[in-house]
Design a protein around this ligand. Structure first.
Ligand code: PEP
Ligand code: CO
Length: 446
């Protein structure tokens, strides 16, 4: 690892999962334009999120991170964005109410446009083309021109991120997110289900509590009119991330100002790789996915390289081990981090270790595996004296049919009815709320 970091020292390392651009000068021109564009977030917001994650590490807050596997340009529309925000707000309400802890809301949103792929190429009917790598890079259709990596898409991605974030900021700063108006928080799903009854009761008692406090203090609770909402995406395309990385005007270092919390995927976390080199030098709170191939030594080395000063809130480790493997794989990792005295926030991604294919060729996940991994995870942390401080989910606020199971009993035969994901299967609205209630129960038990 080089001693001195610069915003482009990653270029001296091998970068996995990068597209190949046929015209490098076209790429350079686009990056020069991107470097001049205004940032999407500020270093003050980023520092604020870092201090909140520090609280989650200390056990006084909980991190809820969720959204699409891959955002798409065509879904940059009012309805899908508002419903994603709504399901995350509703889940956080359930969690805050039962855990009596502050909930930190972080969307996989406003920039989640680049995807790691297991193969560089895709073959159909004897034709081999580059694989689709997300809307930031190329297009989904199967032709040479669709699959060509197009630098202009970096600008389109930046613009869609800005449009999405603008709408999120407007919604979360008042009106829509105002707890004084629980009608905004109404559930969309079937009245009469257990979750909808529990949720209605929760909103009613919360509204009563708000009215009570305001009556006795004779002051409206301004804090309840708005919510904090942060963004995150996988920091995969390093040219793009670099172009949005700027030196702070306060002279306190370099920040990725394209998102609050960039994270590293399980496929790009090689210790000697370009992604780690890039991330180690920025000041944002960062996440790293921890998959089944991670060893105890590696996880400690990762924490040392990415957080040499052991700064609170800096590093979130997102384990995604799978319901079948977590019991064997997680304890040694937790123990290693503990005995090395590393400050990290552990959160659980119960999605990516539980993906399977059906006979009809759909990628799916079983609700019971997702919930099972989460429950095991809470117990394992407790058993080894560690602490699970959050969850990382792929979800949507809409009524899709991508994951099987849950209270509505979705089966594999139902998957074709509303299978809309461009990448991994997401929990739908009801399944996401059901997970929130189950986590709430587990936290309360603890
Ligand atoms: C993802 O979060 O969409 C993803 C690809 O995860 P992982 O890197 O953990 O496989
Ligand atoms: Co995914």
């Amino acid at each position: 690892m080089t001693k001195t970091w610069s915003v482009e020292s990653w270029k001296d390392r091998h970068a996995n999962q990068q597209p190949t651009y046929a015209d490098m000068s076209a790429l350079r021109e686009v990056l020069a334009v991107l470097r001049l564009m205004p940032p999407l977030v500020t270093s003050w917001e980023i520092d604020h999120l870092k201090s909140l994650i520090g609280e989650a590490q200390a056990g006084t807050a909980w991190l809820l991170q969720g959204g699409d596997c891959a955002e798409s340009f065509e879904d940059c529309q009012a309805e899908p964005i508002a419903s994603k925000l709504k399901v995350l707000l509703q889940m956080s309400l359930v969690l805050v109410y039962s855990s009596r802890q502050r909930i930190i809301r972080v969307g996989r949103i406003a920039g989640q446009y680049a995807k790691p792929r297991s193969s560089d190429v895709e073959e159909q009917d004897g034709v081999t083309l580059p694989t689709y790598r997300g809307d930031l890079i190329n297009r989904r259709g199967f032709s040479e021109s669709h699959r060509r990596a197009d630098p202009q898409l970096l600008l389109r991605g930046y613009e869609r991120s800005a449009l999405t974030l603008n709408f999120i900021r407007a919604l979360s700063q008042g009106g829509f997110a105002d707890l004084h108006h629980p009608e905004n928080w109404k559930l969309l799903f079937a009245a009469g289900s257990d979750e909808s009854t529990r949720y209605r009761q929760l909103v009613n008692s919360l509204s009563e509590a708000v009215r009570f406090i305001e009556a006795i203090s004779n002051t409206p609770l301004e804090e309840l009119r708005r919510v904090d909402f942060f963004t995150s995406h996988e920091a995969l395309h390093l040219h793009y991330e670099q172009a949005l990385t700027r030196e702070s005007v306060r002279g306190c270092g370099w920040y990725n100002l394209g998102t609050h919390m960039p994270w590293l995927g399980d496929r790009t976390r090689a210790l000697d790789g370009a992604h780690i080199e890039y991330l180690r030098g920025i000041r944002n709170p960062i996440g790293v996915k921890v998959g089944p191939s991670m060893s105890a030594d590696e996880v400690c080395e990762l924490a040392r390289v990415l957080n040499p000063s052991n700064e609170p809130g800096r590093l979130t480790l997102i384990h995604r081990l799978g319901a079948a493997h977590i019991a064997a794989k997680l304890p040694p990792l937790l123990e290693a981090i503990q005995s090395a005295g590393k400050q990290v926030l552990w959160i659980c991604d119960p999605m990516h270790g539980n993906t399977r294919s059906t006979s009809s060729g759909h990628k799916t996940r079983r609700f019971d595996d997702v919930l099972g991994e989460l429950r095991q995870s809470i117990q394992i942390h407790k058993d080894v004296g560690s602490h699970l401080g959050g969850v990382h989910l792929e979800l949507t606020g809409e009524n899709v049919t991508e994951c099987v199971g849950g209270a509505a009993g979705l089966t594999e035969d139902d998957l074709h009815t509303a299978y809309q994901t461009h990448c991994d299967p997401r929990l739908n609205y009801e399944q996401a709320m059901e997970i929130a209630f189950s986590i709430a129960d587990e936290i309360r038990k603890k």
